[in-house]
Design a protein around this ligand. Structure first.
Ligand code: COA
Ligand code: MG
Length: 295
């Protein structure tokens, strides 16, 4: 189960072999840092990158940000050693690519256990293959666990496009059913979900549109590849000033003595039910957490 009031607007990937990027991340306004050992690291550089990732995480300095290592997929030559190395590095979570089944999750948990990971270490599972999309409800259902729960699903839209041969169009119509299916699965079992990356990191307008689409689909945030994507992403995935004002108004209205015990009231000409108060409370909690982090 994910902490439902922790902001997860922006998660920036960086190659573990890029020391400058690992250092720079300490001053960037991101909610999560994902140190990558997988696709952005060449095969011959894998073991050096692993050592660099572990050293950087152990050295710390990332403050409030969640820190993750993205390991290589468990079936590869490096996956198992990556998980064992990440286990005691001090990461908040291990990001695992190409998760497709509950059996894989079980195996990842036992490797974390073998590596001596603290039980509160969570798993961020990437959904990026056709089988993963088909099995996402089972994967999300297996998320909550006493040890090593899956707290977040991450969409790997580049791999999904590759594996399905679907086109990556600006409106993402070919992928929309898969994206929504994943959102619903996470909501059913109390996880968070982050959207896939936007490759053209110089295209601010297209990036903003894709952030808004992801937010409107119900995503909690987006995975990023470049620092210049952070500002827009945080803005789109933060509650707006208008949302926050309205939410405070809804909460205050239900707190009025004359509304005690009521399930539905009228506010500014609109029907407002207790479920709207629940939404409002979460909006305010997220906004407070963001303001607290910034302060
Ligand atoms: N994380 C942290 N810092 C980053 C960064 C990242 N992902 N990408 C770039 N930066 C830093 C650069 O180090 C540079 O810092 P400096 O000004 O202090 O030297 C600054 O941001 C500007 O970088 P820029 O020159 O515009 O980009 P680049 O050509 O160096 O790198 C990429 C472009 C795409 C190679 C790089 O952004 C990258 O590696 N992104 C992540 C890729 C990845 O992890 N993929 C796997 C998941 S999909
Ligand atoms: Mg991938």
């Amino acid at each position: 189960m994910a902490d439902q009031t922790r902001p997860r607007r922006s998660a920036l990937y960086m190659p573990a072999s890029n020391e400058r990027a690992l250092e720079k991340a300490k001053s960037l306004d991101i909610d999560a840092v994902i140190v990558d050992l997988e696709d952005s690291v060449a095969p011959e550089a894998k073991s050096d990158a692993r050592a660099q990732a572990v050293a950087a995480v152990k050295a710390g300095g990332y403050g409030r940000r969640e820190v993750l290592i993205r390991v290589n997929a468990p079936g590869t030559d490096w996956g198992r050693d990556d998980i064992l190395a990440a286990a005691t590095s001090g990461v908040d979570a291990v990001c695992v690519p190409k998760v497709e089944s509950v059996d894989q999750l079980t195996a990842i948990r036992s490797t974390l256990d073998e590596g001596g990971a603290p039980s509160e270490t969570t798993i961020w599972a990437m959904i990026e293959t056709p089988l993963a999309v088909l099995n996402v409800d089972q994967i999300a259902k297996a998320g909550p666990a006493d040890r090593f729960p899956v707290s977040v699903l991450l969409l790997g839209t580049n791999d999904l496009a590759k594996e399905t041969r679907a086109a990556q169009t600006p409106d993402r119509l070919p992928m929309l059913t898969w994206l929504s299916r994943c959102v619903v699965a996470t909501r059913a079992y109390g996880l968070d979900i982050l959207d896939g990356v936007y490759n053209n990191f110089r295209d601010e307008e297209g990036f903003r549109r894709e952030c808004q689409q992801g937010r409107d689909l119900g995503m909690d945030g987006k995975t990023l590849i470049h620092p210049n994507q952070i500002g827009i992403c945080n803005e789109v995935f933060s509650p707006s000033a208008e949302d926050i004002d309205w939410s405070r108004k809804v909460i205050a209205a239900f707190d009025q003595p004359e509304n005690a015990g009521k399930g539905v009231i009228t506010l500014d000409g609109q029907m407002v039910e207790l479920l709207h108060r629940d939404i409002a409370r979460r909006t305010v909690a997220i906004a407070d957490a963001i303001a607290g982090d910034a302060g």
